[in-house]
Design a protein around this ligand. Structure first.
Ligand code: ATP
Length: 267
């Protein structure tokens, strides 16, 4: 009953008092969040705040020891079926890929289709056309047949985004998609992410450490610290000096917010 009601209300993610614990750490300490279809949500906060863990439970991979998580109308109490995971695209934090990995960019993007195809059906011409169109859109058509490990970090990130989009996801999860990239590449990728969000019909959740980017792209921000949501709301409402001071204060009264003088320019 609740599931049907949530979808009718346009709520695609409903998290209520979720607690997630790894062996020695409690990563989420009672997190509640409701996300409406079509939103672009930014998740920000210091290291170890629980941002990646929050994405993980939406993706159905985290173990919730208390609370409730519902995604696209399905309760995740008993795990996340593959059919539901196929509707959620995930771009993990950038990883080092072995240059000897014998898979080219085009094949990596096709992996995004497997959730729809099933393991035993071969990709059709339409699937390959979709993959090639996505590579074109992320500006990598000319590198489609190059081994994935021979691409630069920025190019690999574009491939990862294209792979997630090849799923035609209803929810797109991005974990620091532009970390450690130079400013120009960062801006290009973010412009693509923003364009895909506007053109597509999906809901986007993006973890980032860069407040100016979050303020610019997202229509809702979730500020996390020590496994809790400290504040959430529209960028102009939560990007306040006093809130950011608490967010980045490290316990000894110091607070380390890069480029804090520019808050006014973010929003
Ligand atoms: P960062 O900005 O550094 O990526 P984050 O906000 O994404 O951090 P998480 O990665 O969600 O934070 O981690 C939250 C807490 O859970 C941290 O204390 C972390 O050490 C712990 N943690 C995360 N993953 C694991 C794991 N697989 N096993 C044990 N502890 C973990």
């Amino acid at each position: 009953m609740t599931e049907k009601k949530n979808l009718a209300d346009g709520v695609v993610i409903e998290i209520e008092k979720a607690v997630v614990s790894y062996r020695e750490d409690v990563a989420l300490r009672g997190v509640s969040l409701s996300v409406s279809r079509g939103s672009f949500v930014g998740i920000v906060g210091p290291n170890g705040a629980g941002k990646t863990t929050l994405l993980t439970i939406v993706n159905g991979l985290g173990k919730i020891i208390q609370g409730r998580v519902e995604v696209l109308g399905h309760s995740l109490a008993r795990g996340c079926p593959a059919s539901l995971r196929a509707r959620i695209g995930y771009v993990p934090q950038m990883q080092n890929i072995d240059p000897r990995m014998p898979v080219c960019a085009r094949e990596v993007v096709m992996m995004g289709r497997y959730g729809h195809l099933g393991f035993f059906r071969r990709p059709s011409r339409d699937d390959w056309e979709l993959v090639d169109a996505l590579l074109e859109k992320v500006g990598l058509a000319h590198l489609a047949r190059r081994p994935i490990g021979h691409l630069s970090g920025g190019e690999q990130q574009r491939v990862a985004i294209a792979r997630a989009l090849a799923q035609e996801p209803e929810i797109l999860l991005l974990d620091e998609p532009t970390a450690s990239l130079d400013r120009r590449v960062k801006e290009e990728i973010l412009a693509q992410v923003s364009g895909f969000h506007k053109a597509g019909n999906h809901t986007t959740l993006m973890v980032t450490h860069e407040m100016d980017i979050a303020a610019r792209l997202c229509d809702w921000l979730v500020l996390m610290k020590a496994g809790r949501i400290l504040a959430q709301g529209k960028p102009e409402d939560v990007l306040q000096q006093e809130i950011l001071k608490v967010l980045y204060e490290n316990g000894d009264g110091q607070y380390y917010l890069p480029r804090q003088r520019r808050i006014a320019n973010w929003i």
